[in-house]
Design a protein around this ligand. Structure first.
Ligand SMILES: Cc1cc2nc3c(=O)[nH]c(=O)nc-3n(C[C@H](O)[C@H](O)[C@H](O)COP(=O)(O)OP(=O)(O)OC[C@H]3O[C@@H](n4cnc5c(N)ncnc54)[C@H](O)[C@@H]3O)c2cc1C
Length: 301
């Protein structure tokens, strides 16, 4: 994604990028930044499994006469896209919307539990990486005074962070950046049973052009030598992204639980939720329905 953003800046298609970087005041947090150079963009690279709010200062950007590429979670991009229908300035200010596959955002308690598991005191933390420096890359807590502690991606995301994903993400069917021009993901390899393997290896990203503009950007960046593409068999997608597949299949049963308990719920169009729910089968739907009822009745939502 960073390579595509660098391309947009260097050909002058946008003046800057509105995106999210690590927070200097909270080593495992995020803050929103404006990147104007290649180095600014590279400073933001890497997945940070923590809350972010890149739309928070939106009005100031819409009032400016600059053009920005925007990078956000699928929900951020969907919101910006929806605003286009009401405010013409959105399309002019943000000609390119980029997103990534998102299994949901863990609360900051997720990172705190990782630190506790690593036996690191928050006060002793000099820097924190959720992953990166490799693929998937380890979760690394660097300590004041030198040294570091780390765990694998499978241990941090699989064992801890995924349990802290917020409820609103569990009722979101759009984990694949449906409203973006381009969405990127991890193109995990799969084992003989078809499950993704998270062993360290050379990274490969999945790059999905979701609009004509996005597709053109990918082709132009390839022609300019910014990225190198190879063919990807779409049938593999369900296997390498089981979380995404389940997310969409279980949305309807979870919404139904909210409905029956008179709780507010989002209204979705175009996600084929009934068809997706049918693919999951009766038991999986029932489990998710009951699980959501239990969660709501315990106030954990
Ligand atoms: C919360 C979260 C959930 C994810 N879930 C999945 C998943 O289900 N499947 C999957 O394949 N991949 C998932 N990813 C990883 C995602 O696919 C990769 O970030 C994406 O492929 C881009 O990789 P890259 O190396 O091309 O991007 P890079 O070049 O490393 O750029 C990463 C970009 O993401 C932005 N970014 C990082 N963290 C955040 C954040 N919290 N909020 C907003 N913007 C951020 C950065 O500003 C940067 O622009 C998730 C990432 C996050 C942050």
């Amino acid at each position: 994604m960073s390579a595509l953003l660098v391309h947009l800046i260097e050909i002058g298609a946008v003046d800057a990028v509105l995106q999210v970087a690590g927070d200097p005041d909270l080593a495992f947090g995020n803050r929103t930044v404006i990147s104007q150079t290649r180095q600014d963009i590279l400073n933001c690279a890497g997945s940070r499994y923590a809350p972010s709010s890149p739309l928070a200062g939106l009005n100031a950007f819409l009032a400016s006469d600059r053009k920005y590429a925007f990078v956000g979670k699928p929900c951020d991009v969907a919101a910006l896209n929806a605003l286009k229908r009401e405010d013409d300035r959105v399309s002019t200010t943000f000609p390119f919307l980029l997103s990534f596959f998102c299994a949901g955002v863990p609360s900051l308690d997720g990172a705190r539990e990782v630190l506790s598991e690593l036996n690191v005191d928050e006060a002793d933390l000099a820097a924190f990486r959720y992953r990166g420096n490799g693929w998937p890359g380890h979760t690394v807590a660097s300590l004041e005074g030198g040294g570091h502690k780390q765990m694998t991606y499978a241990e941090s995301w699989g064992g801890i962070l995924s349990r802290h994903v917020q409820f609103r993400c569990k009722i979101c069917p759009d984990g694949t950046g449906g409203a973006a021009d381009v969405a990127c993901a991890d193109a995990w390899e799969t084992d003989e049973k078809g499950y993704p393997v998270f062993e360290e290896r050379n990274g490969i990203s999945l790059v999905v052009g979701r609009t004509r503009k996005g597709e053109a950007l990918i082709q132009e960046a390839t022609a300019a030598g910014r990225i190198a593409l190879e063919e990807f068999d779409r049938k593999q997608l369900i296997k390498i992204q089981p979380g995404q597949t389940q997310k969409r299949r279980y949305t309807l049963s979870r919404l139904l639980a909210l409905y029956l308990l008179f709780r507010p719920r989002p209204r979705y169009r175009g996600f084929h939720l009934l068809w997706n729910a049918k693919q999951a089968g009766v038991w999986a739907n029932l489990r998710n329905f009951l699980g959501t009822l239990r969660r709501i009745s315990r106030g954990r939502y």
